[in-house]
Ligand binder design. Structure first.
Ligand code: PSU
Length: 304
């Protein structure tokens, strides 16, 4: 049987020698950041993973083929492409069957990572329960994926555009450990604290890797969510962001933005309203997550 995916030479070599690999997503490139910063960040994050001793595997569906690890030319084409689908669990196989191109969200990247036997994945922030979800029912498929796919996801916490307490409730119902890294407070993407503690805390990559392995021994199906706080020098205070997020959300509501379009719309408006500061912060936190994910990947291979 042929593989349902294609590995880059770099990823194939790393896996053949049992070296650590870190999965990376592509929706952040196509829908989360503007060109050309998206391309610069994608390359930088890959280099961060390499410098930390692991191999990056950026995921995307290109002309119907799932790629685990992209060439620089593929990365460049994706960063500039228009009308790329934003793929999650529901539409990934359809995109592949129709031989189309799509970027992977957290959910789709977890599916790809599991398939390719990669245990850890770095992103910016996970999707979650959106504000007003009691009316809209807008809950990201990322949460259900964490409940069923055994990949450790390193993020800077749920994005602050979300209803964070409800997001935590859903994660708890799904049996997902939410682990703050190096502090008690739950990080909230652009800020180091959501204003309350995370359910769990760990201080080393070794502990996180050990817990990942322990879940496998217990035959637990889901993943772990590691919430890594944004570096202090790059954080934006919650009181600065709150009115900006409220304005962006009100505009989204007034314009009838829904479903998959909500997160990209809010990120773009917050970028404009903070005059680019949110993007600087987003870049810093993604790179910080890539470092931690690489350390966890190294631990996963050395712990055997
Ligand atoms: N992290 C970022 N920027 C992003 C994302 C993560 O810093 O744009 C993407 C991820 O792909 C995540 C998606 O899965 O946002 C969430 O989208 P939604 O809320 O529609 O599920």
């Amino acid at each position: 049987m042929t593989h349902s995916y294609a590995r880059s030479a770099e990823v194939a070599d790393a896996q053949a020698s049992g070296s650590p690999v870190v999965a990376l997503e592509s929706t952040i490139i196509t829908h989360g950041m503007p060109y050309p910063q998206n391309l610069e960040v994608a390359r930088q994050v890959e280099d961060d993973v390499r410098k930390a001793g692991a191999t990056p595997a950026t995921m995307a569906v290109i002309s119907g083929r799932l790629h685990v690890g992209l060439s620089d030319a593929q990365l460049e084409a994706l960063a500039q492409a228009r009308n790329v689908a934003k793929l999650s669990r529901a539409d990934m196989a359809v995109c592949m069957a129709q031989k189309r191109t799509g970027a992977t969200t957290v959910a789709a990247t977890m599916i790809a990572a599991r398939l390719a036997n990669i245990g850890v994945f770095a992103t910016g922030g996970i999707g979650g329960v959106h504000m007003g979800a009691d009316q809209s029912f807008d809950v990201s498929a990322d949460l259900m994926e964490l409940g069923q796919t055994a990949v450790t996801v390193v993020a800077a916490g749920p994005k602050a555009i979300l209803d964070i307490p409800k997001t935590l409730e859903v994660l708890e119902t799904q049996g997902v450990p939410v682990i703050a890294y190096g502090q008690d407070a739950l990080p909230a993407f652009w800020s180091r604290s959501a204003g309350f503690d995370a359910p769990l805390r760990m201080d080393t990559a070794a502990e996180i890797a050990a817990a990942h392995k322990m879940r496998a021994r217990l035959a637990l199906p889901g993943g772990q969510l590691v919430a890594n706080p944004i570096p202090i020098s790059d954080e934006i205070a919650p009181e600065v962001l709150a009115p900006i997020i409220a304005q962006a959300q009100a505009e989204a509501d007034a314009q009838g933005i829904s479903a998959k379009a909500v997160t990209p719309f809010l990120l773009q408006r917050i970028f404009e309203l903070t005059e680019g500061r949110s993007l600087t912060a987003n870049i810093a936190l993604v790179r910080n997550n890539a470092w931690l994910a690489a350390e966890i990947a190294v631990e996963m291979t050395t712990q055997g």
